[in-house]
Ligand binder design. Structure first.
Ligand SMILES: Nc1ncnc2c1ncn2[C@@H]1O[C@H](COP(=O)(O)OP(=O)(O)OP(=O)(O)O)[C@@H](O)[C@H]1O
Length: 354
């Protein structure tokens, strides 16, 4: 079986190579370059160290190694989507789009199609049931990354391999240390895919500029500060508002009037909600319910968090609605609601929060 291993220079994907070799495969390693550097220097992407580490891994395990660029595709798809979402006042999820459109999208069209499987260091697993492949959660529930994979298609998931999904992060680090992999002690990246390496606010400013507006207390209507553009703020945000006497949380944005509404205190009811409406819901493997009346019991996430929340899902036309058993904080339009079975084992699919 021919396997393409996507290796970033982080500890997880380094251990992917080790495990694939242990299983008797001879993977071809790919490092994807997005090249965020630019002449003005406000985007800083130190990919050299990553490439050095991946080169070392490839040599150590005697693997073919290719550095490929998806720079243009990334900017045309993920960056474009991110900017457009932010402009509309939504909270985008570049990580999910990067998985769907880049790592398993254009990579597949350009190089992946020559291979039987694509292996990554995501904390996720797959399960075979009813003759189909289902995206499933990782052994390490805290590190589980299925949230970021919630938008992948069936064709994509049936080709994926997650060789470290059955390990705890601590076990991955042990394997890396025992085998003296140079990435053993590297810090985990912070998400936002390749955009994680840039200063997000400066990046947004570059495209949308600044536009001063008011920060208003939701309950009282009092003006309590100014912001530099609603696009720098996201629902549920606490840090970076520059307000004293907090904690203040962003509750709502008025995009037309460029107003950011905030509320004070950890327990303000405005921060929480029980109802999450999902648009464009797509099932990864199969719709297990079809058209149904009433509700189905599920677990779900509305962002990449360690915990799964229990709830019920109902369907009206194309709109799926989750009602959560417990109030959830910071329901942000534009993010995705990812739905799992009751045991939080199978990831069923996702839709965009509206
Ligand atoms: N630049 C890249 N080139 C090739 N594959 C990548 C790259 N960045 C990420 N990946 C793949 O996507 C997976 C998940 O990405 P994520 O951003 O969570 O990883 P990371 O923290 O950068 O590195 P790692 O998961 O290896 O510790 C990686 O394990 C790797 O398989």
């Amino acid at each position: 079986m021919e396997i393409a291993a996507l290796v970033s220079g982080g500890v997880d994907s380094s251990v992917v190579v080790h495990r694939l070799k242990e299983m008797g495969y001879d993977p071809t390693i790919f490092y994807i370059k997005i090249g965020m550097e630019d002449e003005e220097g406000y985007i800083d992407c130190p990919s050299e160290e990553d490439i050095e580490i991946v080169t070392f891994i490839a040599k150590k395990y005697g693997c073919r190694f290719e550095i490929v660029s998806l720079h243009e595709e990334y900017w045309n798809s993920v960056v474009h989507y991110t900017i457009e979402s932010v402009k509309r006042g939504l909270t985008p999820n570049p990580d999910m789009m990067c998985n769907k459109l880049i790592k398993f999208g254009t990579f597949e069209q350009k190089w992946g199609h020559q291979f039987d499987r694509i292996a990554t260091g995501h904390y996720a697993t797959t399960t075979q049931s009813e003759g189909l492949t289902w995206l499933s959660t990782a052994k390490d529930h805290v590190k589980d990354q299925t949230y970021f994979l919630g938008q992948v298609s069936y064709v994509q998931v049936s080709k994926l391999m997650f060789p470290i999904g059955d390990l705890l992060k601590s076990e991955v680090r042990e394997i890396a240390a025992e085998n003296r992999l140079p990435s053993a002690q590297r810090k985990d990246s912070q998400g936002i895919c390749f955009l994680g390496k840039v200063n997000y606010n400066r990046f947004i400013e570059r495209y949308l500029g600044k536009k001063e507006g008011l920060i208003v207390e939701l309950e009282t209507g009092n003006i309590i500060g100014r912001h530099q553009g609603y696009w720098f703020h996201t629902i549920g945000q606490r840090k970076g508002l520059g307000l004293s006497g907090g904690p203040w949380f962003v509750i709502k944005k008025d995009v037309n009037r460029n107003i950011v509404y905030v509320s004070k205190g950890y327990d303000t009811k405005y921060q929480y909600g029980n109802v999450i409406n999902l648009q464009g819901f797509s099932f990864i493997t199969k719709d297990p319910w079809g058209d149904f009346e009433g509700e189905k019991e599920i677990t779900f996430k509305i962002r990449h968090t360690p915990e799964f929340t229990r709830g019920h899902i109902s369907k009206k036309g194309d709109l799926y609605t989750i009602s959560s058993e417990l109030p959830v904080q910071g329901i942000a339009a534009g993010q995705f609601g990812v739905v799992y079975d009751l045991e939080s084992r199978i990831c069923l699919g996702s839709g965009m929060i509206i």
